[in-house]
Design a protein around this ligand. Structure first.
Ligand code: S3P
Length: 184
């Protein structure tokens, strides 16, 4: 592999439920990279859950922490696989750092499957609804947010679809595409 040494990390981006945190540790192990889940890092540094941070300090505070930790993690010398929260690729400053210091991999997934995967996960503040959640209302919320974010997700270096793919098939495809990208 002859990747630019500045682009030494791998960043996993994509919507909640796209499989970043499940793929991340396995990918890191295969490549002998370190592994970081940025949301876990935020929770341990604040000793609060992401939901608590949103309630007590608001989204703006969370986004500031997220950006600060992205900047800090990007400076690590050892290559890491970093799983990022679904909104981390929205800020231009974050995107600039991430694309400059690593290979950004977008895990895409159909709205239908994201809805199915997230239906029983009530802990995502960005997917919270005023009324009781139904499959239909969640699908609408995901469609709205994904429509807004899609153009930025598409700025990733690599896109891998996880729709109808097993976890091991996703890992295999990510490794294949990463090697191809690194050797180009
Ligand atoms: C967010 C996604 C979450 C977490 C936070 C905000 C978002 O991460 O960072 O709740 O803006 O989509 P996951 O993508 O791991 O769910």
């Amino acid at each position: 592999m002859n990747l630019d040494s500045n682009k030494r990390h791998i960043y996993l981006i994509g919507f909640s439920g796209s499989g970043k945190s499940s793929l991340g540790p396995k990918l890191a192990k295969k490549l002998n990279f370190g592994y970081i889940d940025l949301d876990d890092m935020i929770e341990s540094s604040t000793m609060q859950s992401i939901s608590q941070i949103f309630v007590s300090r608001g989204e703006g505070y969370f986004r500031k922490l997220e950006s600060d930790l992205i900047a800090a993690v990007s400076r690590r010398a050892r290559p890491h696989v970093v799983a990022l929260g679904g909104g981390a690729f929205e800020k231009a400053t974050n995107r600039r750092i991430l694309l400059a210091t690593g290979t950004v991999i977008y895990l895409s997934c159909s709205i239908k499957e994201l809805t199915r995967r997230m239906l029983h996960h009530e802990d995502r503040p960005m997917l919270k609804e005023k009324k009781e959640r139904t499959e239909r209302s969640l699908q609408t919320r995901i469609t709205d947010l994904l429509t807004k974010r899609k153009a930025n997700y598409m700025k990733a270096d690599i896109t891998v679809s996880t729709t109808n793919r097993t976890k091991s098939a996703v890992l295999k495809e990510v490794l294949r595409q990463f090697k191809k990208y690194a050797d180009r």
